[in-house]
Design a binder for this molecule. Sequence first.
Ligand code: FAD
Length: 430
Amino acid sequence: MPTAVVAGGGLAGMAAAVALVEAGFEVRLFEARATLGGRASSFVPPGGAELIDNGQHILLGCCTNLLDFYARLGVRDLIRFDAEYRFVERGGRVSRLRPGRLPRPLRLLGSLLRLPFLSAADKAGLLRALRALRRDSGRRDLDDITMADWLSQQRQTPAALRRFWRPVLVAAINEELDRMAASHAFQVFRLAFLGPRRAWELGVPTVPLCRLYRLTGVSVHLRAPIERVLVRDGAAEGVMVNGEPHRADHVVLAVPVERVPVLAPELDLNVSPFEFAPITGIHLWFDRPVMDLPHAALLEGAVHWVFNKDRGRYLLGVTSASRALAGMSREDAIVLALRELEDYFPAARGARPERAQVVNELRATFSARPGLEAHRPPAETRIRHLYLAGDWTRTGWPATMEGAVRSGYLAAEAVARAAGAPRRFLVPAS
Ligand SMILES: Cc1cc2nc3c(=O)[nH]c(=O)nc-3n(C[C@H](O)[C@H](O)[C@H](O)COP(=O)(O)OP(=O)(O)OC[C@H]3O[C@@H](n4cnc5c(N)ncnc54)[C@H](O)[C@@H]3O)c2cc1C
């Protein structure tokens, strides 16, 4: 039986491992931490009793590979989908965006035109830009300009930028409009807004993330950081863990990008073009229900989205590209989040917060800056039998769970090809 070692138990490593098992490999997975999941994981906070996620993780119906991976693990039905996006203004007015009966690409049009928080001029500009999105999707310079550049070419109103483009795109790409490459924003709109009906739906796991990771057939080693990829005569022959060599026919390195130069210096990977963007999650437990929506975007809020984790009493506020918030003290961040909730949800005004947990993930994702795509490496490397996986590799997606799973499947395909038994794992977008 051919053998493979996977280093890194995030989604990329898990996806590669599961696919390789299916392709007939004997697979050992080494993960540095005590749990699987990497940047999409759960933990019990100090003084807490229950598992919480390191951050709210959502997916869209167009995440075909992530959904395929969940199906392989038998947990696909633990994701709840919702076709309706809610936007809340200060004071509590709720507006809803949901697909109507018109065929694509007009499905969201009726709902968009009814949004009360945009003026007629905002909407006219928005429609112009949505038409231009289709027209410009073949433009060659989309990876060289920011989305803010492109939106300014489309003469968007300040309110449309603040109240439509920003809440949707900053959350999806985890970067500000004036820092994100337009290509990524275009992809979100092409797949989710203009794709098939279910592509738009927002998926939320109904259990802590770590409960999704039910790997079978993979020999998983936790608290087992690899120290080095073993390379001889230009070929990988295993990994070193705890001073012991673990030999394998193929090695998939599925660690965060900044770890690669230490673990496999022979690759000479230039990691300097990668910068990172933080995400802040503020978990709040109240003495009574304060929100009856499943989730909502807070228009122009310092907290961008709020998720209802348990009957309106446990809420998770999320801020993407959270450079300002991540620099605050824990106390200040909690005070800010509580004030915001009171502004947006009148029911929060008399409620007493019982507990709070702030999670700042400073390197949540790479910053999807213009020009970065050219530096993202493919799965195959210059070292024979050594493959790369991770949301930062060349997946065609920004740093997301879908991107991570795609990278794992691409690495598994490359391994299977090299072993002389090519397989397809990647599920094309529908
Ligand atoms: C707070 C937060 C919120 C997010 N929200 C979303 C969201 O809503 N939707 C979405 O799609 N994406 C979201 N993301 C992004 C998503 O989590 C990542 O893109 C994805 O999980 C990356 O997976 P990965 O396997 O590429 O990398 P990682 O998850 O970083 O996995 C790498 C693994 O390698 C391990 N490792 C490191 N060194 C070694 C070593 N020497 N030996 C062995 N193992 C090692 C690490 O411990 C880690 O487990 C979010 C990220 C964060 C942090």
